[in-house]
Design a binder for this molecule. Structure first.
Ligand code: MG
Length: 389
């Protein structure tokens, strides 16, 4: 019985999509991008173990993304992809598997059939890679600026390399050790340079590499298994001023000469946002999930209500596209705290800050907010969800 281990390469920094986290930790269909391929390899009956190679700054992100999966401890990557893979291969030395599949975390939609084909090909060759034959006619350009066609390239026998790339472990470890620092961009190139024949097996167009925000959208559509629809929900909340020396607004504690009354921490901003998200889902309202009479929610941190709504979106295979909340009061002044509020809301939901908006207005001294009797908040949430028929 031969053993096969999967090595998931996730140490790169690459392009970010405006969020705090590198792309391999950005959400895809409600789960971190890297988790998709970790789940596929961990569930495959011929894969005995799965290890990732991660960036040293990503230990916490990885631990969160991999929670609940049975995986080997991650290896820490190096300055280049090639160095990272070598570190990963070295980390498997005590295990000494017969075979290793090396896969880029940026390809979340790998499937078990591709893994089957790559492993099966190792019976006839020392290395095998997933790849897709070129179907478009290929042109060579005269240059990068204002390009003209210099030649039509014969596309016969041209393939685009993907991952996973499968190897006999001892071969690829020796090849990586001897070619360290050669600057090769995939592991098949390392095998080729070491003189190992490499078999081509069919990958899939769906096994795309997520490099740009457009790739992420395409992966999102594919992962959803169908079209997405966009839903909008609104939320509104009011809390009355009472004795106190500060208010909690959009997750930020603000010193004030009064407090807000409420069963929880009375954060009107987070309550309105929570209701807006629940509204987009058609999932009742904050009061039905967290009844005000329930002692569990006394003085509760409203961040947990908002996080709950975000988890409901993820559980439906959706994602939050945008949130916009308006705080309505004469005092305290909101503008000095706006950036902190946006940061806090984005952090609670794991969103890029560019997808969160916090605004404020007075009512020109009119009405209950104008008289300083309380604070109101209204919010709009835009959510993408798989279409359910
Ligand atoms: Mg409320």
């Amino acid at each position: 019985m031969t053993t096969a281990v999967a090595l998931i390469v996730a140490a790169g920094r690459g392009q970010r999509f405006g969020g705090e986290a590198p792309k391999q930790y950005q959400p895809l269909a409600g789960r971190p991008l890297i988790r998709h391929c970790l789940e596929v390899f961990a569930a495959h009956p011929l894969i005995a173990a799965v290890a990732a190679v991660i960036h040293p700054d990503d230990r916490d992100r990885y631990a969160a993304a991999a929670a609940g999966l049975e995986l080997l401890p991650p290896a820490i990557g190096g300055a280049t992809r090639q160095e990272s893979v070598l570190n990963g291969l070295e980390s498997l030395e005590a295990l000494a598997p017969d075979r290793v599949l090396i896969h880029d975390a940026a390809r979340p939609l790998v499937d078990s059939a591709i893994i089957d084909r790559a492993l099966a090909a190792l019976d006839r060759a020392p290395a095998a890679i997933a790849a897709v034959p070129l179907t478009d006619t290929v042109k060579r350009a005269t240059g990068d600026d204002d390009p003209m066609v210099a030649a039509t390239v014969d596309r016969a026998r041209l393939w685009r390399a993907q991952t996973p790339q499968a190897f006999r472990y001892a071969d690829i470890l020796a090849a990586h050790r001897s070619l360290a620092g050669a600057g090769l961009t995939d592991d098949a190139a390392v095998a080729e340079a070491a003189g190992l024949p490499v078999a081509l097996v069919l990958g899939a167009e769906e096994n795309l590499k997520v490099t740009t925000a457009a790739d992420l959208s395409r992966a999102e559509r594919l992962a959803a298994g169908g079209p997405l629809e966009f839903r909008t929900g609104s939320g509104f909340d009011v809390h009355r001023f009472g004795p106190g020396n500060g208010v909690m607004l959009c997750g930020v504690a603000i010193p004030h000469d009064r407090g807000l009354e409420g069963h929880s921490d009375a954060d009107v901003g987070l309550h309105a946002l929570t209701d807006a998200i629940l509204g987009a889902l058609g999932a009742e309202d904050i009061g039905s999930h967290f009844p005000p009479g329930d002692p569990r929610w006394r003085n509760a941190d409203s961040a947990s209500f908002l996080a709950f709504a975000g988890e409901r979106v993820a559980a439906r295979g959706g994602r939050i596209i945008h949130l916009d909340v308006t705080l309505i009061c004469e005092r305290p002044k909101i503008a000095p705290h706006r950036a902190a509020m946006i940061d806090r809301i984005a952090a609670i939901l794991g969103l890029p800050v560019g997808r969160v908006s916090v605004k404020a207005t007075t009512t020109e001294g009119l009405g209950f907010t104008g008289r300083g009797e309380g604070i109101a908040a209204q919010a709009v949430a835009t959510v993408a969800l798989p279409v359910d028929h």
